[in-house]
Design a protein around this ligand. Sequence first.
Ligand code: NAX
Length: 329
Amino acid sequence: SKSPIRVTVTGAAGQIGYSLLFRIASGEMLGKDQPVILQLLDLPQAQKAVNGVIMELEDCAFPLLAGVIATDDPAVAFKDTQVALLVGARPRGPGMERKDLLTENAKIFTVQGAAIGQYADPDVKVLVVGNPCNTNAYIAKETAKKFGRVKEKNFTAMLRLDHNRALSQLAAKSGRTVDSLKNLVVWGNHSPTMYADYRFVTSNGDSVKTLINDETWNRETFLPKVGKRGAAIIEARGLSSAASAANAAIDHVRDWVLGSKGEWVTMGIPSDGSYGIPEGIIFGVAVTTENGEYKRVEGIEVDEFSRERINFTLNELEEERAGVADLLK
Ligand code: NAX
């Protein structure tokens, strides 16, 4: 049988954690034959709640769950970890400006990036979910890099929820099934500025754009709906998306580790300069995945409207990067 993979989850006592951990332990993320050891990080005041979650994990008697640890120490949580899901983050409190949110989170992700850089497995795959996730991933990457041990390109941010949201909207509008849709990409930042690009989506060989045949719908309904879906969930549920976010995290890591079988999926990855995205910025792009590696889809045509939208979301990311530059010196 396979030896267990160490999986770190931060923010383990939170609502995404509560959806995520059980699915990881049941084998939905790394495979039904792959044992896992969970390394759970949360704040000191959340340890009691983490222990409650661990009691429930025990009560599931998952055959693949080879061990669980709980800690408030990043050095312990990231020790030898092979997959790290960075979910815990500082939420925006009353009266907090966007800038404050950015710097509060920058502090968390420099600490965690340093722990990953020092203690994680050199091949660790990192997915940042905690917002602002692109910039948090950037901060963790830049900090980890200083230790020269782990792979920079393995710092990724979660755009998959946006990707899945867009898929569902396109399926409903075109009357095709979600699983028939191929070649969607969501460019940019996980924020309302993201650009869900339906131009190349096909369903059983048919162009979905042609099937829908309504560019006004794209611009005035689809794009805003996908962009503001998070806010709509909060409005309806009184809480932010959790089960769908956990589901997207599972999709992201599963495809990365087990392969996307030639299909495009969206991942926020460090830019290599293609598509005019400055190197190093964590930007949502289309990738295919195979043998535990992602490969950026190259050569996607960028028309005038798409260039405008890509620049808009890029601008926001450049502002975020400038906002944390001092902290990374
Ligand atoms: P919760 O507030 O329910 O849970 C967050 C947990 O993180 C808490 O248990 C808290 O104690 C812990 N935490 C805070 N700071 C920590 C630190 N320094 N180290 C370890 N743990 C820490 O939030 P939840 O609903 O689970 O959301 C978590 C994050 O995901 C938020 O930042 C949220 O904005 C983000 N999201 C990102 C999405 C994406 O698509 N990228 C979508 C869903 C979600 O909004």
